[in-house]
Design a protein around this ligand. Structure first.
Ligand SMILES: NC(=O)c1ccc[n+]([C@@H]2O[C@H](COP(=O)([O-])OP(=O)(O)OC[C@H]3O[C@@H](n4cnc5c(N)ncnc54)[C@H](O)[C@@H]3O)[C@@H](O)[C@H]2O)c1
Length: 259
């Protein structure tokens, strides 16, 4: 990598497993000090313990502003500063368009949309106080670029992530804070295992893996991704190599959505 994350103090939310855990591991391997944050503290602790070194774990509910504030306080207490915030925590649900309820909408929008708004605002407040700029990186999705009929509310929440990324980039540029996003396609994590079960429960597929296989048909690279397919881009977006990049959403989907 031509840039560096060495010694940077970085929070990754939703890092107790899946993409977030792999992002935290790669950042740490490249010399960053990482706070592994998750609503599941036991899972976050396991990831941080396995990383070792300066890595710490913290509990956070990204939908709750006081919880985000104490996460940032805890991280600054441990590392002395906050350089990069990854707003990665997210949830999904398979649901036919006509069946999405107000509760479904609010639950998904709260974590994926509001969580990114609060995480960006509170990280930026800390970075402004430090006076040396910073980086915010949000997890979008192919669902932030295309509307899919079985994921309407999830798509709306990920379009929101792209919009917040652009708006925040413009709002925070005077403080030398860059804001970018990355958009995975189909990643083999527990999230997709849940979607696979939901497809079967809805009678849309007959056997395990059928949903992920069918959804992956249009991937140009020819297979779904693993979390470690994503980290080249995520670590780059935290590094000095991306200092002249802001307001962008990087597709890391093996070529599913061509923009
Ligand atoms: N897996 C995919 O195919 C895929 C594709 C595109 C985008 N994404 C996005 O990537 C991100 C990570 O997905 P993943 O596949 O690793 O999911 P995952 O379900 O494996 O992990 C998500 C983590 O977020 C945590 N979390 C959930 N709600 C939270 C909250 N309110 N506060 C704090 N933490 C919370 C969970 O405890 C879990 O550890 C999400 O934003 C997801 O929408 C995933």
């Amino acid at each position: 990598m031509s840039g560096s994350v060495s010694d940077k103090a970085i929070i990754v939310t939703g890092a107790g497993r899946g993409i977030g855990a792999e992002m935290a591991r790669d950042l740490a391997r490249n010399g960053a000090r990482v706070c592994v944050a998750d609503i599941n503290l036991a899972a976050a602790r396991e990831v941080a313990d396995a990383i070792g070194g300066s890595a710490i774990a913290a509990k956070v509910d990204v939908t709750d502003r006081p919880s985000i504030r104490s996460l940032i306080e805890e991280t600054v207490g441990a590392f002395g500063r906050l350089d990069v915030m990854f707003n990665n925590a997210g949830i999904s649900q398979t649901c036919p368009f006509m069946d999405v309820t107000e509760d479904d909408w609010r639950r998904i929008m709260d974590v994926n949309g509001l969580g990114v708004l609060i995480g960006t605002q509170e990280a930026a407040r800390q970075m402004k106080a430090q006076g040396a700029g910073g980086k915010i990186v949000n997890t979008a999705s192919i669902a932030g670029k295309q509307g899919y009929p079985l994921f309407a509310h999830y798509c709306a929440s990920k379009f929101a992530v792209v919009a917040l990324t652009q708006a925040a980039a413009r709002a925070l540029a005077p403080d030398r804070i860059t804001v970018n996003a990355f958009a995975p396609g189909v990643v083999r994590t527990e999230l997709w295992e849940q979607l696979d079960r939901e497809f079967m429960a809805l009678g849309l597929t007959a056997k395990p893996e059928q949903a992920i296989d069918e959804f992956s048909q249009s991937i140009l690279i020819g297979r779904p991704s693993r979390p470690d397919d994503i980290t080249g881009v995520t670590t780059f977006l935290a590094s000095t190599g991306s200092d002249y990049v802001t307001g962008q959403t990087f597709m890391v989907d093996g070529g599913m959505v061509l923009t």
